[in-house]
Design a protein around this ligand. Structure first.
Ligand code: SAM
Length: 266
């Protein structure tokens, strides 16, 4: 199995900073991520495979693997080097249809894994967390600051719609904390690997829109933010009261479960 460093030298590549290309070179982190992602019997979607640091060992451990990579030069290399149970789609993950990828993977539940490009971490996580496709588990590596959004508590600065949505769908835990020395080239920041285990919850399809509105102006009350989306102020106030909250409360004071129950009631 060739390492990312071997492939960079063999193909005379220059990592593309704008695409967040910091390749993972830490063997023990690679092993931990692969064993967390390799659920028996499940197929895997990998976002941003790069030069295959996770892809090659994953392909050995799982039934089927589909990767989505934006950089066409890296896709060409992976196509030449990957085994037959793994394939790569040259596309922007934010523009792909996860439903189609899941069909390509056999149509059942899948695992999503990725050392995510830092510049679109939240967008990728939002797309995964709001996808109707059955995702049993996600193993995602991201900047430490981005990871704080998934572990934030009500009232924290980092408590945002993504926190609420991901925690209603998944139990989130920290698998590893990595320093810049785990990558080539080295980034300026530290990273965290999070594991998201599906809770099996069924959420209203328009919950992402509801949450976006509820948090839209952080200094405004929840009632005023929701009024902009067309929810009656009196109705919202009555439901808040029944949950034990003052009508002047802001969205960030409510737990994920309280926000869900408000969304369902309204
Ligand atoms: N998985 C590899 C590893 O761990 O060494 C590479 C991780 S690197 C941090 C992020 C990867 O995501 C790069 O290969 C980059 O080209 C790719 N990428 C960047 N933007 C992307 C996008 N919009 N869709 C898919 N892949 C993207």
């Amino acid at each position: 199995m060739k390492s990312s460093r071997d492939l960079i030298a063999e193909y005379s590549l220059t990592p593309n900073k704008a695409l967040g290309q910091n390749f993972l070179t830490d063997a023990s982190a690679i092993e931990r991520i692969v064993s967390a992602a390799a659920e028996p019997g499940l197929s895997v979607l990998e976002i941003g495979p790069g030069l295959g640091a996770l892809t090659f060992p994953l392909a050995e451990a799982v039934k089927k693997l589909v990767c989505v990579e934006l950089d066409s030069a890296l896709c060409g290399i992976l196509e030449r080097e990957l085994p037959v149970n793994a394939s790569v789609i040259n596309a922007d993950f934010l523009k792909t249809d996860i439903g189609k990828i899941s069909e390509e993977l056999g149509g059942g539940e899948i695992v999503a894994v990725g050392n995510l490009p830092y510049y679109i971490t939240s967008d990728i996580a939002m797309k995964l967390a709001s996808s109707p496709v059955g995702i049993r588990r996600m193993v995602l590596m991201m900047q430490r600051e981005a990871a704080a959004r998934f572990t934030a508590q009500p009232g924290d600065r980092n408590y945002v719609p993504l926190t609420v949505l991901s925690r209603l769908r998944f139990r989130v835990s920290v698998l590893a904390e990595l320093s810049p020395a785990s990558y080539f080239p080295q980034p300026e920041v530290s990273s965290t690997v999070l594991v998201f285990d599906a809770l099996g919850s069924k959420l209203p399809a328009d919950l992402p829109r509801f949450l976006k509105a509820a948090f839209s102006m952080r200094r405004k009350t929840l009632i005023n933010n929701l009024a902009a989306l067309g929810y009656g102020k009196e109705e919202t106030a009555a439901k808040l009261k029944s949950l034990g909250f003052d009508p002047s409360v802001r969205a960030e004071a409510l737990s994920p479960e309280e926000l869900l129950s408000l969304a369902e009631a309204l």
